[in-house]
Write a protein that binds this ligand. Structure first.
Ligand code: SF4
Length: 270
């Protein structure tokens, strides 16, 4: 039976006219399903409360001097480790910590500093192009608006989210490989794409924890809920986690971690 479409359905028998209704109902049902989490609001609250006790002031591991160098570092970090990016940017940022200085340095010179980073040729182009755009359109300053950020060369939603969160204190969540894995593995915020996972997390994270959720989740994924073998034995949310293959059900002691208690060596597995 051909499916009724748009105006043509109006000339068809009533039975056919009725067909779109179940589809609409199914859509609503799908929407409802997407919003449902396997965790109660109290459980989600408890998960983030524990993360907040472990790391009251979590910080990302990319090194930067100001919003501009943060933006450049995040652009360079696509498909690269924070450790590798820091190694390249340390000498680069000594020479160029503003868009003007970066443009003056030029694409070839920028390229010579970032050669150890994947896709460096394209990234060097983008760093110069975004520096030029910042000078031409924003007076050499990094804009604090998502729309303006996403118009810059080499800047997508994830980069904009990191800059808005880290440089401007906005409660955004940039879904990287760790956050994507945690959302799906734990059935906490499932989704087929980073955007879906971002939306799912934003629906469930209590507002008071949204500001730091990005860093808590990345650090939890990088050091504990690792990609190949999660280290459930030292996980503070092991009792709440709904991953079918977790290897512990008792939570690790909830203590505040100093920054050097993380495992710097593991950062290379970003
Ligand atoms: S219990 Fe294991 S799988 Fe669950 S969050 Fe902790 S480390 Fe990850």
């Amino acid at each position: 039976m051909p499916k009724p479409k748009g105006k043509t359905a109006a000339s068809e028998p009533p039975r056919k006219l009725a067909m779109p209704r179940p589809r609409a109902a199914a859509g609503a049902k799908r929407k409802k399903r997407a919003a449902r989490s396997r965790y109660s609001p109290a459980d989600v609250h408890e998960i983030f409360r524990r993360f907040s006790v472990q790391r009251p002031e979590p910080k990302g591991e990319l090194q930067y001097l100001n919003p501009f160098t943060l933006l450049v570092a995040v652009v360079l970090s696509a498909q690269a480790t924070d450790v590798g990016v820091n190694k390249a940017t340390r000498p680069l940022f000594k020479l160029a910590d503003t868009p003007e200085k970066m443009v003056e340095l030029g694409e070839a010179e920028v390229g010579s500093y970032i050669k150890t980073i994947g896709l460096w040729r394209n990234k060097a182009k983008n760093v110069i192009a975004l520096s030029q755009a910042l000078i031409a359109e924003h007076g050499g300053k990094v804009p604090a608006e998502r729309e303006a950020l996403e118009k810059l060369p080499g800047v997508g939603r994830k980069t904009a989210n990191v800059v808005l969160n880290t440089a401007f204190g906005e409660s955004t969540l940039a879904v990287d490989t760790h956050i994507f894995r945690i959302g799906n593995r734990l059935h906490l915020a499932s989704g087929k794409t980073p955007d879906e996972v971002e939306r799912a997390f934003l629906r469930i994270i209590p507002p008071e924890y949204l500001r730091h959720a990005h860093h808590w989740l990345i650090l939890h994924g990088r050091y504990v809920c690792k990609a190949r073998v999660p280290e459930c034995w030292r996980c503070v949310i092991a009792d709440l986690c709904k991953y079918e293959d977790k290897t512990a059900s008792d939570p690790a002691p909830l203590v505040r971690l100093d920054e050097d208690e993380d495992e710097p060596a593991s950062a290379a597995q970003k």
